[in-house]
Design a binder for this molecule. Structure first.
Ligand code: SF4
Length: 416
């Protein structure tokens, strides 16, 4: 059957080709993991079980997930595998199953949810540009709607997301979502309901204010999550007016309106505008490295495919793991820890020398994510070991960054 799942209405057979979303009928995901950066009633203490779907039917020029929404990064999976992922995330302690950008895979998702319906809430986390028919279909399988309301002004939606009818369509969808799911909470966690997200964009505060007023008038008592994490990304550099973070003045203006309207929900701090909220799309490499480390017998097979780079990566990972062991081992003399670590850093430095840019970038992202995670653990537990681990990751990151900088000097930063 031809695809008309979203308002783009491409009317094409996705078994034979791809529509505006850039995806065939096969489900493709870039990552799944416990994710701590959603609203508190979604992430809770253990994290939301987020599954990031590749492709997108909206494709905003500033997309914070550009690599997966537009560059088709990801791995194809079957509905059966998706059902297994639901189970796995549930067993990991996820507070919910969070379907991030699911619209164009609704059919496959429904198939997976028929195979296994999790015992935790299912969150439909969408850009909001939906068809009412699609929404009615998925609403039987999901519990929480987490849509964006990005713009009211058609000039903005047309310029940044190539859809002048964004508000026309999304406003109807939000009203329908409100009717479909009444809010229900247990111990502070949302079990069913609706939260509307709005991201403040540079130079667009007039639109943000109109959005808040519209919500106040039309969706009274709906939680609103005001987001300030905008960071120029993707093609934002082609639009000078949005090629910066929001200013304090812009932030204060929108937050004042939020408070004046007495809206209920969440307001993000302005210093949240960082790439820390952008997940690293490591599905393929994560999978490969886990396969390598857990099933060493497979190494020969994979080596044939990736050659020496894999050997390098294995060395790099083993050095990282050694350094972490040293950092958290209790030595009597502080010097002996430092000298051991120093030796490992030196080996790491010579090891990364031979890695190509793609893998250096991958490692850099890994170090950043791991360092953030360790810092986050430290802030919760106060355990100094977590702080030492964060230091180690940071040091590795600096070494990689120095290598990347030196490659830039020689004009090799695009080498794969
Ligand atoms: S889901 Fe994709 S193919 Fe289907 S109508 Fe939307 S953009 Fe087009």
């Amino acid at each position: 059957m031809n695809c008309n799942l979203c308002p783009r209405r491409c009317n094409i057979d996705r078994n034979l080709g791809k529509g505006y979303c850039g995806e065939s009928n096969e489900i493709k995901i870039a990552k799944y993991s416990l994710f701590m950066f959603e609203e508190p009633c979604i992430s809770g203490e253990k994290g939301s079980g987020a599954i990031f779907f590749s492709g997108c039917s909206l494709k905003c020029v500033f997309c914070q997930n550009y690599d997966i929404s537009s560059l088709d990064f990801g791995k194809t999976i079957t509905p059966n595998k998706l059902a297994e992922i639901f189970k796995e995330l549930e067993e990991m302690g996820a507070e919910n199953i969070n379907l991030v950008n699911p619209t164009h895979f609704v059919k496959g998702i429904i198939e997976a949810l028929k195979i296994y319906k999790p015992n935790i809430p299912v969150v439909y986390n969408t850009h909001g540009y939906e068809n009412i028919e699609t929404l009615n279909e998925i609403s039987k399988y999901v519990d929480v709607f987490l849509p964006d309301l990005k713009y009211i002004d058609p000039m903005l939606s047309s310029k940044y997301s190539k859809c002048g009818d964004y508000f026309e369509k999304t406003s109807k969808v939000l009203l329908a979502m409100r009717k479909l799911k009444e809010d229900k909470f247990e111990n502070g966690m949302m079990k069913q309901g609706l939260i509307i997200r709005h991201l403040i964009l540079p130079l667009c505060t007039y639109d943000s204010i109109k959005i808040l007023e519209w919500i106040k008038q039309n969706l009274l008592q709906t939680k609103v999550s005001l987001m300030a994490q905008y960071t120029p990304y993707a093609k934002a550099s082609n639009y000078p007016e949005i090629n910066r973070k929001i200013t304090k003045r812009e932030y204060d203006k929108v937050v004042s309106k939020y408070l004046e309207l007495n809206l209920d929900g969440y307001v993000q701090e302005r210093d949240s505008s960082s790439t820390i909220y952008i997940p690293k799309w490591d599905f393929v490499w994560q999978f490969l490295m886990l396969t390598l480390l857990q099933f060493k017998c497979n190494i020969k097979l994979i080596l044939r495919v990736r050659g020496n780079n894999i050997i390098m990566m294995v060395n790099v990972f083993s050095l990282i793991s050694k350094a972490l062991d040293v950092a958290v081992t209790k030595f009597d003399s502080k010097d002996s820890i430092n000298s051991k670590l120093y030796g490992i850093y030196a080996q790491f430095k010579s090891c990364v020398n031979d890695l190509p840019v793609a893998q250096l970038n991958y490692l850099y992202d890994q170090m950043e994510t791991s360092c953030d995670r360790a810092k986050c653990l430290y802030s919760k537990s106060g355990n100094l070991d977590d702080l030492k681990i964060a230091d180690v990751y940071q040091k590795f990151q600096k070494i990689i960054s120095a290598k990347l900088e030196s490659l830039k000097e020689y004009g090799k930063e695009y080498e794969i």
